[in-house]
Design a protein around this ligand. Structure first.
Ligand SMILES: N[C@@H](CCC(=O)N[C@@H](CS)C(=O)NCC(=O)O)C(=O)O
Length: 284
């Protein structure tokens, strides 16, 4: 399947820039996908802007971040493009969890490349967000090849593995309430068993806490985590990554935010800090 043309689904002017939603055929995923790009005012072929990729969590599409995080005002000010992909392949031909659970299958691609049937023919979100989508974005829009990546929960883990596996590809990485060690928690164990099979050795190349041990680049990581997050002790467990970071000398800041939960109310409260942090690295 060839990567198709971009079809504009919606365009809304906001904070002097444009929020644009597109549909395209993904060769990597073998299905139609929708993503949103926010282009800040002044982005042009003569003045291309850097891109921040946002990876969302379980159950999300491209729209949760775009409509709830309040990122566009500050991205407009800082001259950053934002790109929000979907969280899994989509469509009638794409297999879903047999029980239609929210934590596997549609809406839960985990930003990895599945190796097990029936998932492996479509569930290749890692290749999509690291390679196909940036190539498309950099060809079609007035953006530079200067990139960073951030995300939430499953997508926070996605951001961590994209950066840890690709030295030099991203200028900054940060996460809100990320899963940090999927091999050790129920969401990750379910996803990895299904997508990668039961050989736990094969899971290691997709687990941020394992990848950090031998990372070729020590790109600093910023994490915000609410202490009233219902998933903190069961699924997220940032202390595991903190222990690895301290042991191997990976620069990482984890800010525990008192009273905040797992929702986009939390993300909206700290997105400005993250975008300023990314802008400094992207423009520095
Ligand atoms: N309890 C939730 C778990 C899923 C969840 O909390 N998803 C987070 C990411 S892990 C989210 O961002 N949901 C969409 C939203 O809040 O807009 C459910 O059953 O739907």
């Amino acid at each position: 399947m060839m990567t198709g043309e971009l079809t504009l689904v919606a365009a809304n002017k906001t904070f002097g820039g444009w929020n644009k939603r597109y549909r395209h055929t993904s060769a990597t995923l073998g299905c139609e996908m929708v993503f949103t790009i926010f282009l800040p005012p002044g982005a042009s072929a003569e003045s291309p802007v850097p891109v921040v990729y946002w990876l969302s969590g379980l159950t999300c599409t491209d729209e949760n971040f775009i409509t709830k995080a309040g990122a566009q005002r500050i991205a407009a000010e800082l001259g950053l493009a934002l790109v929000a992909p979907d969280t899994s392949p989509r469509g009638e031909d794409v297999p879903d969890d047999p029980d239609k659970a929210y934590d596997f299958g549609l809406g839960a691609g985990f930003y990895l490349n599945a190796t097990q049937q029936p998932w492996s023919s479509h569930y290749r979100m890692y290749d999509y967000v690291v390679a196909e989508l940036p190539t498309l974005i950099e060809q079609a829009f007035p953006v530079s090849d200067v990139r960073s990546v951030m995300g939430h929960s499953m997508g926070g883990h996605g951001a961590l593995i994209c950066a840890l596996r690709n030295p030099g590809r991203y200028c900054a990485v940060s996460a809100f309430a990320p899963i940090v060690n999927p091999m050790a928690v129920p969401w990750g164990q379910k996803a990895f068993s299904g997508y990668l099979g039961l050989d736990r050795q094969s899971w290691r190349e997709w687990d941020a806490s394992v990848l950090m041990e031998t990372a070729a680049e020590r790109l600093p990581i910023l994490i915000d985590q609410g202490d009233r997050d219902d998933f903190l002790d069961t699924q997220l467990r940032p202390e595991i990554l903190q222990e690895v970071a301290a042991r191997v000398g990976h620069p990482m800041t984890v800010r525990m935010q008192a009273g905040y939960d797992h929702s986009y109310y939390f993300i909206a409260s700290f997105i400005e800090d993250h975008l300023r942090y990314h802008a400094e690295a992207l423009k520095g």
